[in-house]
Design a protein around this ligand. Structure first.
Ligand SMILES: [Zn+2]
Length: 180
């Protein structure tokens, strides 16, 4: 198949207030992915965006500060993110027993089925954070048979340990993800 004829989708991972500066689980420079995403968002046939969407009590908060509780301002998309092109929002981490790092764990739709119904072959992943939800989503996407691209300029890492972001990039590369 010709390269320009394949259907390409963009997955925007968790570009939510709580993961941006000022949020309860802020990723350093997390908001800097927003202009980059806005610039490339129109290049895709299909756009979906995940939201961490937690109940107010969950085992997930034994590991992390309280963040992205459903229907709170912290769970909103960053206000500068261009939401108009988003075809589907994916809610994940919605039960009190699951972390929901991967967008493929969304509970409101089956992401693999949704993408395949649209004929998507290549999935580009951007957003927050490199070492958790971006990585988990990228590895699942490879497992589901998609060609996966991660745009380095449009992701940021939590880096609980200083090298976590780089380790995540290597892990994704080894799994077959194209880092650009
Ligand atoms: Zn979370």
């Amino acid at each position: 198949m010709k390269k320009n004829s394949i259907i390409k989708a963009l997955l925007i991972v968790d570009v939510q207030n709580d993961f941006c500066p000022g949020g309860s689980l802020a990723v350093i420079d997390g908001d800097q992915v927003v202009p980059v995403i806005n610039q490339l968002i129109d290049q895709f046939d299909v756009v979906c965006a995940s939201k961490d969407w937690h109940p107010d009590q969950t085992i997930h908060f034994d590991r992390w500060p309280v963040h992205c509780v459903a229907n709170t301002p912290g769970a909103d998309f960053h206000p500068q993110l261009n939401q108009d092109p988003i075809d589907q929002i994916l809610f994940k981490g919605t039960s009190n027993q699951d972390d929901g790092y991967s967008a493929f764990e969304a509970t409101n739709i089956n992401l693999t089925q949704w993408l395949k119904q649209k004929g998507v072959e290549e999935l580009t992943i951007v957003g927050l954070a490199t070492d958790y939800c971006v990585k988990a989503s990228a590895l699942d996407a490879v497992d589901q048979g998609f060609q996966v691209v991660v745009k380095q300029e449009a992701i940021r890492a939590v880096n609980l340990l200083p090298n976590d972001g780089n380790k995540a990039l290597n892990e994704m590369k080894q799994a077959g993800v194209e880092i650009v």
